[in-house]
Design a protein around this ligand. Structure first.
Ligand code: AP5
Length: 216
């Protein structure tokens, strides 16, 4: 079974690569960022609590995110594998995930770490546009929609820039990553399931490297 974690700094391409892989493998992409943004749009209690942290580029408290992931992993479509995108993001989240999976007689099979230097990250983040309707991800320079302002996937003209996709916020997110998230890779390293992937290059090139890392 493929229980995968896509790991890396903000803007490394986790969501972009996860979407390509899940389309091929018929397993779900479980993005904690996407789930939290859906809660915000729906105005749930969780969405309201998460908002103040997300808007500042800070991590949402562990307990809120862990319960949310527990719930998502229990859904029918996640019983034959999944790509976790943006979770776990702290060592306590990784420990909690191990406990949740052990209860289900399961474990993580591979952690794929996308390596991208900070200077590339900032350019990727500030140029990103997302589709409000279907979640498709574009970049104004590196992967623009075929028709300006129109989503290639669903035809909607609701492309938008995330509120946390400014240069100022991305610097905060990178600091959060260095302090709280990077140590998670070391947590998994001793199991021999971590693979590092050069995340610089065009999207298909990175996908080839990632696919090869899943085979070895
Ligand atoms: P989240 O939504 O998870 O954001 P993130 O980790 O910061 O990651 P991004 O979505 O920004 O980047 P990505 O790696 O998916 O890159 P993408 O493929 O889009 O989290 C947002 C917030 O939610 C957090 O700050 C926190 O507050 C909260 N949160 C979420 N999970 C949490 C958790 N577990 N615990 C606590 N809080 C949590 O690519 C970026 C851009 O680059 C796109 O425009 C894309 O087109 C372009 N691109 C992609 N690949 C390439 C390439 N190879 N070459 C050129 N451009 C490329």
């Amino acid at each position: 079974m493929s229980n995968l974690i896509f790991f890396g700094p903000p803007g490394a391409g986790k969501g972009t690569q996860a979407k390509k892989l899940v389309a091929q493998m018929d397993i779900p992409q479980i993005s904690t960022g996407d789930i939290l943004r859906a809660h915000r749009r729906e105005g749930t209690a969780l969405g309201k609590k998460a908002q103040e942290f997300m808007d500042q580029g800070l991590l949402v408290p562990d307990d809120l995110v862990i319960d949310m992931v527990d719930d998502r992993l229990g859904k029918a479509d996640a019983q034959n594998g999944y790509v976790l995108d943006g979770f776990p993001r702290t060592v306590p989240q990784a420990v909690a995930l191990d406990e949740l999976l052990a209860k289900r007689g399961s474990s993580i099979s591979r952690v794929l770490v996308l390596k991208v230097p900070d200077e590339n990250i900032v350019a990727r983040i500030v140029g990103r546009r997302m589709c409000k309707e279907c979640g498709a991800v574009f970049h104004m320079e590196f992967s623009p929609p075929a028709v300006d302002g129109v989503c290639d996937s669903c035809g909607s003209s609701a492309l938008y820039q995330r509120a946390d996709d400014t240069e100022e916020k991305v610097r905060v997110r990178l600091t959060e990553y260095a302090h709280n998230t990077a140590p998670v890779a070391a947590y998994y390293a001793q199991r021999g399931i971590v693979r590092e992937i050069d995340g610089v290059g065009d999207i298909d090139e990175v996908f080839s490297r990632l696919s090869a890392a899943l085979e070895d």
